[in-house]
Design a protein around this ligand. Structure first.
Ligand code: BDP
Length: 592
């Protein structure tokens, strides 16, 4: 757990060497990889050894090799030269994530494994890696989920056992997106000073015209004083490790209109004041909080306009795709959006860096979808806590991250156990999450099937609802959809004195499909439904905005109701606009 927020960085004191590029992989269809000795590596000229790009998912890259629906284990290997200058340093490997789980081997020796899903982890390879020598690095990755945790596994046979044979997806999933496997984020070899900074927590705020900055830092390998610099200027006196130091630097606030960032450096000082280590982060000062029925950003009311997204692009799958990342932020700007929910898992940090820079407000979501409360156990909750710890540790210094979503659509099966058992689960989880971070609002995205009386609402700072009136209910009937949505909002407003946020609404549209009547799957119907929802949101005083589901079409596992993809994108998977994109540009561009 202790290295979760170790971001790979290169400065005069630490070095991060990218291991991205072409690796080799081998599918372990019979589960014989260990007994075949693959942990030690294999000859890459073997016919079943494939080149594979890292970062990237194996599924679309290797579809023609029969691996589109392969869930692992997939063994990856590459050679890594440990530089001579690593002598005297701690030698670590850092993985942005390995989806969903991985074990790491160096020269045949097991050196570590992944932690909470879709988040970074690091392993110390100092016992095996020798400066100046080459090691064989092997990573065994599986796209199978663990049975317990915030994201429970489901297998083909479970659909029948769970009484929902009609829901069966292939590959089996408990969610509506493709279970892309692989080293989907960057891998680095990191050389770190033995006496160093670790576990840095940076919290910023802006309220009453004043900034606030809280910093706490631990050290590893010894102790020393710490010093903080903002844009190269030292703040106050050096402070001790292990305590929270507080500052009120003279800075401008960060906001979507003016996303001002500052370079924040923390330095570890030796006995004579010499610098022994440094970490650097870009930070911004802002506060998002709920007051009455409003959401306030830096004390001013704000309406959230934007999307639920996915990390999903052609061929890359869930792998980092930087050109598409740049394009997507350009499209968010073009359409007039100010916010995104990282549905349904923490995204790569490059996304948050760009959100910081471009002034996009992010609701960062834990990888937790359709939690089934018939099966809930302490083990699930403990893993849920660990996932939040790791997510908060990685993301909390990002100015763009303004709220946490602890889960998406729990109680999706409308199981009676949800009403009965989830209250204490949410009470304890929200308590724990607020102990970790009291500076941001927290919520859970409620599913229509769980109804308006969701036990999670009692603990949410604002109510978050996903609603598909006009699609999964009241199909093709916008009048009925409009009444049903209005009724939901009125019901919730009566039951809770809290703001309401519609985190999902939308309709599938196959690009190029048209009709003169209200016809599902057409571009016109999608566009009209979105415009209708936005009008209702704008008219409802408790509503603090909405996110259209989804920004772009995305691949799902196979199911009769999906034509390869979920087509609720306002853009296609290739990012061509559908009619609804122009509708939203008009609605949001007008400064609603
Ligand atoms: C919601 C889920 C989302 C799905 C969407 C849909 O939160 O992941 O993709 O429905 O069915 O229930 O389009």
């Amino acid at each position: 757990m202790d290295v979760m927020n170790m971001r790979p960085e290169t400065n005069g004191f630490r070095e991060a060497i990218s291991l991205d590029g072409i690796w080799y992989c081998r599918a372990d269809k019979d589960g014989l990889g260990h007994s075949n000795g693959w942990a030690k590596g294999w000859s890459v000229t073997d016919p079943d050894s494939h080149p594979i790009a890292v970062p990237g998912s194996w599924n679309e890259q290797l579809a023609e090799a029969g691996l589109m629906n392969f869930e692992g284990p997939m063994w990856y290997q590459r050679q890594v030269r440990i530089p001579e200058r690593a002598a005297g340093a701690d030698i670590m490997l850092h993985f942005g994530s390995a989806d969903y789980r991985a074990e790491i081997f160096c020269n045949g020796q097991r050196v570590g494994k992944s932690g909470p899903l879709m988040l970074p982890f690091a392993v110390d390879i100092g016992a095996v890696a020798r400066p100046g020598k080459i090691i064989t690095l092997v990573v065994k990755v599986t796209a199978r989920l663990p049975k317990h945790g915030p994201m429970q596994e489901v297998r083909s046979e479970d659909y029948v056992a769970e009484g929902r044979a009609r829901d069966e997806y292939w590959p089996a999933v408990r969610f509506d997106f493709f279970p892309f496997g692989g080293l989907n984020r960057s891998v680095h070899l990191c050389l770190l000073p033995k006496l160093r900074i670790e576990n840095v927590t940076i919290d910023t705020g802006w309220s009453g015209g004043k900034s606030s900055l809280g910093v706490s830092t631990e050290t590893k390998g010894g102790s020393g004083k710490l010093r903080l610099l903002i844009d190269g200027e030292r703040l106050d006196q050096p402070f001790e490790a292990g305590i929270q130091a507080r500052f009120t630097p003279y800075v401008q606030p960060w906001s979507p209109d003016n996303p001002v960032l500052y370079d924040c450096s923390i330095e570890l000082l030796g006995e004579t004041g010499q610098v022994l280590d440094r970490i650097e982060r870009r930070i911004g000062f802002r506060t998002l909080r709920v007051e009455g029925l409003q959401l306030l950003l830096n004390d001013q009311p704000i309406i959230l306009k934007g999307f639920g997204k996915h990390e999903d692009t052609p061929v890359h799958g869930r792998g980092v795709n930087l050109p598409m990342l740049v394009k997507d932020f350009g499209l968010l700007d073009w359409i007039g959006a100010n916010s995104v929910r990282t549905s349904h898992y923490p995204y790569d940090e490059a996304f948050l860096d760009m959100a910081d820079e471009r002034g996009i407000l992010v609701i960062s979501e834990c990888f937790s979808v359709n939690l089934d409360f018939r099966k809930i156990s302490d083990e699930d909750q403990n893993a849920h806590r660990s996932a939040l710890e790791a997510q908060f540790a990685r993301d909390r210094h990002h100015a763009s991250v303004v709220a946490w979503s602890l889960s998406n659509e729990p109680g999706y099966l409308a199981e009676p156990e949800y009403g009965a058992r989830s209250g204490p689960y949410w009470r304890d989880l929200f308590d724990y999450a607020r102990q970790l971070d009291s500076s941001r609002p927290m919520t859970v995205a409620n599913v229509q099937y769980a109804g308006n009386a969701d036990p999670a609402f009692d603990y949410c700072d604002f109510l978050t609802i996903n609603r598909y009136h006009g699609w999964y209910s009241e199909p093709g009937q916008l009048d009925r959809a409009s009444s049903a949505l209005t009724e939901t909002l009125d019901d919730l407003a009566k039951a809770h004195e809290k703001p309401i946020f519609i985190s999902e609404f939308g309709a599938d549209a196959v690009a190029g499909m048209h009709a003169t009547i209200d016809q599902m799957w057409t571009e016109e119907y999608q566009s009209d439904l979105i415009a209708l929802y936005w009008q209702i949101i704008a008219e409802h005083q408790n509503c603090i905005g909405g996110h259209v589901w989804n920004f772009a079409d995305f691949r799902t596992a196979q199911h009769g109701r999906r034509a390869v993809m979920n087509r609720k994108g306002v853009f296609t998977r290739e990012r061509d606009p559908k009619r609804s994109a122009f509708t939203l540009k008009k609605l949001w561009g007008a400064g609603t």
